[in-house]
Design a protein around this ligand. Sequence first.
Ligand SMILES: Cc1cc2nc3c(=O)[nH]c(=O)nc-3n(C[C@H](O)[C@H](O)[C@H](O)COP(=O)(O)OP(=O)(O)OC[C@H]3O[C@@H](n4cnc5c(N)ncnc54)[C@H](O)[C@@H]3O)c2cc1C
Ligand SMILES: NC(=O)c1ccc[n+]([C@@H]2O[C@H](COP(=O)([O-])OP(=O)(O)OC[C@H]3O[C@@H](n4cnc5c(N)ncnc54)[C@H](O)[C@@H]3O)[C@@H](O)[C@H]2O)c1
Length: 461
Amino acid sequence: MAEQVDVVVIGMGPGGEHVAGRLAESGLSVVGVEAELVGGECPYWACIPSKMMIRAGNLLAEARRVPGMAGTAQVAADWAPVAARIRDEATDDWNDQVAADRFTGKGGVLVRGRGRLAGPGRVEVDGPEGGSFEARIGVVLATGSRPQIPPVPGLADVPYWTNRDAIAAKEPPASLLVLGGGAIGVELSQVYARFGTRVTVVEAMDALVPAEEPEAGELLAQVLAGEGLTLRTGARATAVRHDGETFTVALENGEELTADQLLVATGRKADLSALGLETVGLDPSARSLRTDGRMLAAPGLWGVGDVTGHGAFTHVAMYEAEIAIRSVLGDPGPDADYRALPRVTFTDPEIGAVGLTERQAREKGLRVRTGCSRVPESARGWIHKAGNEGLVKLVEDSGRGVLVGATAMGPAGGEVLYGLAVAVQAEVPVETLRHMIFAYPTFHRGVEDALKDLWSHTDQA
Ligand SMILES: Cc1cc2nc3c(=O)[nH]c(=O)nc-3n(C[C@H](O)[C@H](O)[C@H](O)COP(=O)(O)OP(=O)(O)OC[C@H]3O[C@@H](n4cnc5c(N)ncnc54)[C@H](O)[C@@H]3O)c2cc1C
Ligand SMILES: NC(=O)c1ccc[n+]([C@@H]2O[C@H](COP(=O)([O-])OP(=O)(O)OC[C@H]3O[C@@H](n4cnc5c(N)ncnc54)[C@H](O)[C@@H]3O)[C@@H](O)[C@H]2O)c1
């Protein structure tokens, strides 16, 4: 006999935990199903511990910038406090009791196991605590994503690292090969390099962080090369092997790269294959779960987070969760709108970006005008000196006179981004932005310089 409840949430990462907790607080009977740890990837193997590592790496980099600007500093990197902080403060040694109690404290019922749909509103959970559930209102799928491993010959047979191993490492390897120069690849590469690891990054596309503006990828490559990393862009791995000690990655051009560890960071994908989607008339082989503006994938079936394919970010999962909560409760509010989706790659310098890149805007057929400024050429960048690399790039839909995208790269680039995200979201006329007062001498005055540059260009469509 299936147990009757109001809502079943499958997957208790940032998206699912938020939906399940809020619906339980609102008085519904809610079952949250989790196969691993309540909280999902973000607190245990992703955002939070990686940003602790980055904070540590940035402290070392700042200390190394003291000579010539503030005296002398002797810096001895030590991974032990980083590994300890990840265990003690971020993950409770990968124990989710606090998160589980947080959910049950709101009135939810946690069922540990792997859930799958068994027809509209029906969920079956494997595992010792499993069972069958029938949801009166519906089911929320929030099953996240997992690493996408490319079909490079030999790769499947070697003990490569994913983000999980890189986060849980108790000490930095002497050398590290990183396959993939996207967000995970560049963030973790820079950290490890700052702790003394010899790092080589292999990126298939022509630039690092290829989903962002090419100017950002080029500048990041200069910075990372300056910090001693070896970079291979436009490089395809043709074979991987491991002799028990050393990894070897062969590239298309004949070059062979070796290292003690190999991190595969070539993207993440949702896995819909085992969720029973066929029982509700949906395609289990799809790349992601298609949802409408209310996060509905089918009647009584909502999707939130990485599984929807709208951007693998915790802030997207939380945003979609809020909409799904309103939709389940029948509360009014706007549909999902991804025009001003922000991304921050937490390298040093940070790469903050929102909305469309120039290329995406052109591909949409917009009349595009761009404006750029360089952080070192601004008063604040010049004052900052060591570690001042960065830029601002604006993408205007000149037909409408509004920004549709922007990049703020530099010290605190992710914070500078905020004003630009407001401008894109609210479609503030560029003419209005141009006549604002920008505080002196801030990094965000680079936006004013980029607006001036925008104005000096005629339409480039
Ligand atoms: C190294 C790294 C760094 C990152 N840094 C950032 C960052 O700085 N900022 C940012 O915004 N994003 C970052 N991300 C992305 C972020 O972690 C994800 O976007 C976010 O965790 C997605 O949340 P989610 O709820 O969709 O899924 P997840 O966090 O993936 O959680 C899904 C949960 O569902 C469970 N599950 C899956 N299938 C089932 C099933 N059938 N039954 C029961 N349970 C199931 C899983 O065990 C998991 O706990 C980073 C990712 C990585 C890998
Ligand atoms: N700061 C953040 O918000 C943050 C940090 C880390 C991860 N994330 C999220 O997690 C997602 C996954 O991160 P990711 O870095 O794995 O993915 P990604 O998609 O950002 O980057 C993957 C990179 O690997 C490259 N690649 C793919 N196949 C390759 C191959 N065979 N050889 C060499 N390069 C190859 C791609 O061209 C791409 O540049 C990100 O897209 C992002 O949404 C966010």
